[in-house]
Each structure stands twice: as C-alpha cells, then as structure tokens.
Design a protein around this ligand. Structure first.
Ligand code: SF4
Length: 234
C-alpha cells in the first residue's frame, strides 16, 4: 500500500480489502510481476493506493482488459478488482465468458449490494426488502426480481477452477478473505485457470447506517442470502 489517505467513507470495506491484497502480494513476493485492473465504481482510484502496476478499464470491461494483458504477459499475476455494478450488471457478459473460457486470471469481486459511486442505486445484488435510491419501496420480487447470485451461477461453468465467497465483517472472516485471495493468486500462478473471490462488504453511506451497524447487518442479513465458503474447487 502507498502511504496515502483513501477517499473511502468511514466503515467502507474497500480500504481493508485493498490492504489484504497488498499483504498477499508482499508475502508472496510478487510485487514486480503483479498487475491489477481497476474498475469503474468507488474503487476507480485504486491505482492511487496500490504500489504495483495498475491499469484502468471501461465499466464492466475489466476482465477483457485482464485477459488481453495475460495473453501478452503470461508470466504476470493479473487480477481484476470489481464491484457489483462493474461485475454483476454492466460486466455480466465479460465475467461469464471469461469463466466459461477458463481464462487464467484472478477476480476480486466486492459485493456491497448497492451502487456506491453513482449514489446508492439498486444493484443486481441488492437484498429483497432493502431500500435504495431507486427502490424506495424496497426491492420486491414482483417488481425488481431476485438478488443475483453470481458465484452459484459461475459454478455451473466448466472453465471455472476455484470460487470462494468470504466477508470482511469479523476478524475470522477477514483472515479467511486473505487466505482466499492468496489461493486465487496461487491458482493462477500454477496455471490452473479462472478463479474468483467474492467478498461481502459494507457500504455504510448508502445502507444509511453506522459502520458498526453495517458490520452487524452483514452478519445478520447479508450472509444469509450470500452464504460464505468455497463454492467451487478445493
Ligand atoms: S459510497 Fe459506499 S462503497 Fe463507496 S466509498 Fe462510500 S461506503 Fe464505500
């Protein structure tokens, strides 16, 4: 991590997840061969915080840029960092085809259930009963449909090697998140193919609650809809 003050709100999970990635990169001693592809979303400025090579991609096209880079630099560790809007809405096509082809990249998917950067609109991952700026009467099955479970969908694709869902709401889950990131990076460096870690995270600003209440909400509500653990692989 660079010695910089981030632009993230108090209690946001992005800063914590950024740090976990940096710890893994340093512990694996791969800083010189790591390239991240930053998304459009609240993490759009991730390149200001990571002290390794980082590229920026148009909204949702992050895996396409990662795959192109991996093809010309196959010895590098290439990972995408994406939120709900980037991966689970505008980028659904890119992520499905990357997984289906078994492209040898790592994907870090941060699921906080809303669009943060653009003002707290409903995301495909928003929970039933959750109020957002575009679902003022809450998300309802008959109007807005069901939350999209990306990992369970990706697990059906033959090209996908490893999928794990974690959270950053407790010390235990933070450690599990770090381990999963490391496993994803090792999967790629061993040439085993496509891997993805979904990290359930808080957006206190657009959940309309304090950082402490946000962490409690992850534990009490969010991980009931998005259960933690390995979804595919060992
Ligand atoms: S709006 Fe939400 S996701 Fe974006 S920086 Fe603030 S807390 Fe984090």
């Amino acid at each position: 991590m660079k010695d910089a003050v981030t632009h993230y709100c108090a209690g946001c999970g992005h800063g914590l997840i950024h740090r976990l990635i940096c710890e893994v990169v340093d512990e694996m001693d791969i800083r010189e061969k790591t390239v991240a592809i930053a998304p459009v979303g609240c993490a759009v400025l991730a390149y200001d915080y990571w002290d390794f090579d980082t590229m920026e991609a148009p909204h949702g096209r992050t895996p396409a840029v990662a795959i192109g880079l991996k093809k010309i630099l196959p010895d590098r560790l290439i990972f995408t960092y994406q939120g709900d809007g980037d991966l689970a809405a505008i980028g659904t096509s890119e992520i499905i085809h990357a997984g289906n082809r078994g492209d040898n990249i790592s994907v870090i998917f941060v699921n906080n259930g809303v669009y943060g950067m653009t003002g707290g609109q409903m995301a495909p991952t928003t929970l039933l009963g959750q109020t957002t700026t575009t679902s003022p009467h809450t998300r309802r099955i008959e109007k807005e449909g069901y939350p999209l479970k990306i990992m369970e969908m990706m697990a059906l694709l033959n090209g996908v090697t490893y999928l794990e869902r974690t959270a950053v709401d407790s010390y235990k889950n933070i450690l599990a998140t770090k381990k999963a990131i490391e496993k994803s990076f090792k999967t790629q460096l061993e040439g085993k193919g496509f891997s993805m870690v979904e990290i359930v995270s808080a957006c206190p600003t657009y959940w309309g609650m304090s950082p402490i209440k946000s962490v409690e909400r992850i534990e009490k509500e969010v991980i009931k809809e998005y259960p933690l653990g390995v979804v595919k692989g060992e």
